[in-house]
Design a protein around this ligand. Sequence first.
Ligand code: DAH
Length: 340
Amino acid sequence: MSATISLEELSQHLQQLEREAAGAIQEAQTPAELEELRVNLLGRKGRLSAVLGAMGQLQGEERPKVGERANRLKEQVQHLLGERLEHLRSSQMRERLKGERLDVTMPPSAVLPGHRHPLVQTCEEIVDLFAGLGYRVSEGPEIETDHYNFTALNIPAHHPARDMQDTFYLDRGEGRDQTLLRTHTSPVQIRYLEANPPPVRVVAPGRVFRRDSMDATHSPVFHQVEVLALDEGLDFSHLRGTVTTFLRAFFGDLPVRFRASYFPFTEPSAEVDVQWRGRWLEVMGCGMVDPAVLEGLGIDPGRWSGFAAGLGVERFCMVRHGIDDIRRLYTSDLRFLEQF
Ligand code: DAH
């Protein structure tokens, strides 16, 4: 700037500075560029400072006018810088979000999709078939008492039938309250009837426990599904019809036979076989609910009758899939499980 400067010249400088600043700010592409501009325009050695420095050469009364303009220009530039910075930051954020967007509908590539265990699938299929026949689903506790697991099912203390099921006893309670791991799902029959007056149709899936050592056909923990129907006028033909319908739905059109058997809580009782690959295979126990069981519950056996059945889920699963060893269902070997 020359040694003497007119008001006119200074005003022109300011005007030019204003135009250039506005243009440069709009073109800045990064916060760093904006900061550089700010130093360049407003900094101590910046262009506005230079204009203000030249103000000393003006006449006294001219100085406030230029000073005022310079101040307004400073504020304006600060405002434009702020706006541009804001704009750059939000578009930067938009870009980042675009880059980081996840398509949650994409199929997984690195991770194998999970699926349900074959035992769970079998259990659900069995329960679904009964649900289709109008049965409700219920469950009972795995820790049971002597009363529900045995006595209420017409298996009194010292009854030889208790030996059919080697029991894990727990060290709480005694007499009817003695706790144990349930040996079958049949106690759910009692619990359900206590809470729901007949007519009832219910299935109860669940885990059961017996003191067996593990081998190809035994496991100390396995699964059963209990079936119970109680109504007026139910007889053995209803049992036969229901069980046969269910077995055909599950296994296909196989020969089914009923063999007389014994369970303390049913009379008469039967075991059911299906002919599978040329052999008769036992798949479930069943029978007409013993009147003594109903009497224990305060239900009139003269009016209500029904049938019960219990089946082992592992057996159904193994037959369906041709699995030769029950231990395969419990060792969590992915090479095995991925086949289902
Ligand atoms: N609870 C018996 C068991 O585990 C199976 C069973 C047989 C259940 C006959 C029933 C039934 O409901 O009627 O060996």
